[in-house]
Design a protein around this ligand. Structure first.
Ligand code: ADP
Length: 464
C-alpha cells in the first residue's frame, strides 16, 4: 500500500527486513485489535495474498479481525525506496492512495516500477469491491458537492431506519467500513483518482453531480478527467439507477449509462426553506440527487422530505461561524475553485467577499459572473493580484494579503455601510496551500479570527 501519510509507526515498519515480517506484524496487530488501519490492512492483504492466500479470502480474514482505522501509512519516498529493495515482481498489486499520481503529471516511481512489472495499480475501494460486501452500494462523484450529497444520503437513510456505512474519499477509509448487510447501504464518496483505479466498481446507484475543470494535471487534461468520472456511470449495474446533474458536461455521459437514468436539476428538489443547512441553488440540486437515490433504495418520498430539515451541514461548507448584529460570518473554506465559490455568491445578499489563495487553472473562474451581490472583495494569498485583475472592473477590491486583515477590513466596511443582513463570506475560489496547511486549517483560522472579533470586549470597543 502506497500512502502519502506519515506516522511514527512508519519507522518501526521500515526496520522490518522482509515482506513476511511486515505482513505478520500487520496481521498480528489487526488480530490483537490494536489500532491498525485500512491502509495497513490493505498492504497486509496484498502481502498475505503473495504468501499464497486468495486475495478475497485474505481480505475477508482481515475484515473479520475488524481492523479499526488508525493510519500507519508509509511516507512516499521511503515506500519507493522499500519497493526498490524488494522483489517488486512478486507483488500482486500496488494499492495506491488517491493523493499519489499513478499516471499524470508524472507517475510516482513506485507506480512506474509496478507498471514495468505488470503489477496492477488499484485503490483501496477496489479491495473493498473484491471483498464483495452484501450491502447495496451507492457511489457519488462530481467536482463539487460530493461530501454534501453522501452525508445527506446517509442522514436521510439513517433517519428512515436503514443501516448505512459511509466512507471512501470522506471520513473512514473503504477498508474500515463494516458491511451493514444485505438490507443496508454502503455509501462511497469517490474522487476522480479513485475512479481511475477501481476497475471492479459495481454500484446499485450512482450519481455524477457536476463536472467542471479541476485537478486536470492529474488526468492529462479535460478528456481524461471526464473519462474518470464516466467510470462511475459505467459501474452502475443494469438493474440500478444512475443520476446525472443537469449540467452540460455531465449530461454528455448519459449514453454510457446501462441502467435507468434520471437527469436531476434543482427544480426537482422539494422546498428546502426550512432546512437551514441546505441553502442555495446548488444545495437544491444536491437534495434532488439524494432524494432520487434514497427513493430508488425504497424509502418513501414524504418520509425523506420530513428528514431534510434535520440535516446538519459539514464544517467549512457555507457554515455560519458568527454573528455580530446584522452581520453574519460564513466559512466556505472548502470552496477551492471558482465554481464552488459562485454557488456561495448566489446564496447571500450584501456580501463582503474574502477570496484568493493558490489559484486553480482559470483563476477565479465563473465566480466572476456572480458579483452583483458583492459589495467589496478582500483578496488574500498568492492569487490576490491576479484575482483583482479579473474582477476589479466589476466590484470594489482591496488587496488585503492575509485572512486576518481581510476579515477586519470586511467587518469595518460592513459596519460603516449599516446594511441589514450583511454577510462576510470566506469562499476563496482557490486552494489553501500557499498560506495554510489545508482548507480545514484555513476555515479554523477564520473561525478563530471571527471569535476574536465578535468577543464581547471587542464588540463593546466597536460600539464606543
Ligand atoms: P466536495 O466533497 O465535492 O468537495 P463539498 O460538498 O465538500 O464537495 O462542497 C465543496 C464546495 O462546493 C463548498 O464550497 C460547497 O458550498 C460547494 N458546493 C456544494 N455542492 C455544490 C454543487 N452542487 N455545485 C457547486 N458547488 C457546490
Amino acid at each position: 500500500m502506497l500512502d502519502q501519510r506519515r506516522l511514527p509507526e512508519e519507522e518501526r515498519f521500515l526496520e522490518l527486513t522482509g515482506w513476511e515480517q511486515v505482513a505478520e506484524a500487520i496481521v498480528s496487530m489487526t488480530v490483537r485489535g490494536a489500532p491498525a488501519i485500512g491502509v495497513a490492512a490493505a498492504w497486509g492483504v496484498v502481502l498475505a495474498s503473495r504468501r499464497g492466500a486468495d486475495l478475497a479470502e485474505a481480505m475477508g480474514a482481515l475484515r473479520a479481525a475488524r481492523p479499526t482505522a488508525v493510519n500507519l501509512g508509509w511516507a512516499l519516498d521511503r515506500m519507493a525506496a522499500v519497493l526498490n529493495r524488494k522483489p517488486v515482481d512478486q507483488l500482486d498489486a500496488l494499492v495506491i492512495s488517491p493523493g499519489i499520481p499513478h499516471l499524470h503529471p508524472k507517475p510516482h516511481p513506485a507506480a512506474e516500477m509496478a507498471r514495468a512489472h505488470h503489477i496492477e495499480i488499484i485503490s483501496d475501494i477496489e479491495l473493498l469491491m473484491r471483498a464483495q460486501p452484501q450491502a447495496k452500494l451507492v457511489g457519488i462523484t462530481g467536482t463539487n458537492g460530493k461530501s454534501t450529497v453522501v452525508t445527506l444520503i446517509d442522514h436521510l437513510l439513517k433517519s428512515n431506519s436503514v443501516a448505512t456505512a459511509l466512507g471512501g474519499n470522506i471520513g473512514r477509509s473503504a477498508l474500515d467500513l463494516d458491511d451493514p448487510g444485505k438490507d443496508g447501504v454502503i455509501i462511497l464518496e469517490l474522487s476522480s483518482y479513485q475512479l481511475e483505479t477501481t476497475p471492479s466498481l459495481s454500484l446499485d446507484a450512482g450519481a455524477v453531480i457536476n463536472i467542471t475543470p479541476d485537478h486536470l494535471d492529474r488526468h492529462g487534461g479535460w478528456d481524461g478527467y471526464v473519462a474518470a468520472k464516466a467510470n462511475l456511470v459505467k459501474a452502475v449495474q443494469s438493474h440500478g439507477l444512475t443520476v446525472l446533474g443537469a449540467d452540460g458536461a455531465v449530461v454528455q455521459l448519459a449514453d454510457q449509462a446501462a441502467s435507468r437514468l434520471v437527469i436531476a436539476d434543482q427544480n426537482m428538489a422539494p422546498d428546502t426553506a426550512s432546512s437551514p443547512d441546505l441553502k442555495g441553488p446548488h444545495n437544491a440540486l444536491n437534495t434532488a440527487i439524494a432524494i432520487e437515490i434514497c427513493q430508488y433504495l425504497g424509502v418513501d418520498r414524504n418520509a425523506l422530505i420530513a428528514a431534510l430539515p434535520h440535516y446538519r451541514g459539514l464544517p467549512h461548507r457555507m457554515e455560519k461561524v458568527g454573528q455580530m448584529g446584522d452581520i453574519r460570518f460564513i466559512n466556505d473554506s472548502k470552496a477551492t475553485n471558482g465554481d464552488a465559490a459562485a454557488e456561495a455568491l448566489k446564496s447571500f445578499h450584501d456580501i463582503y467577499w474574502i477570496a484568493g489563495g493558490d489559484a486553480k487553472d482559470g483563476g477565479i473562474g465563473v465566480a466572476a459572473n456572480h458579483l452583483d451581490q458583492v459589495r467589496r472583495a478582500y483578496l488574500i494569498g498568492a492569487s490576490a493580484e491576479a484575482f483583482a485583475a479579473q474582477i476589479a472592473a466589476a466590484c470594489p477590491v482591496e488587496i488585503s494579503g492575509t485572512l486576518d486583515r481581510a476579515t477586519a477590513s470586511a467587518l469595518h466596511d460592513a459596519q460603516m455601510d449599516h446594511c441589514l443582513n450583511a454577510t462576510i463570506l470566506l469562499s476563496p475560489a482557490a486552494a489553501s496551500f500557499d498560506q495554510f496547511k489545508n482548507f480545514e486549517d484555513r476555515g479554523h483560522v477564520f473561525r478563530q479570527i471571527v471569535d476574536g472579533l465578535t468577543a464581547p470586549a471587542v464588540m463593546e470597543a466597536a460600539h464606543d
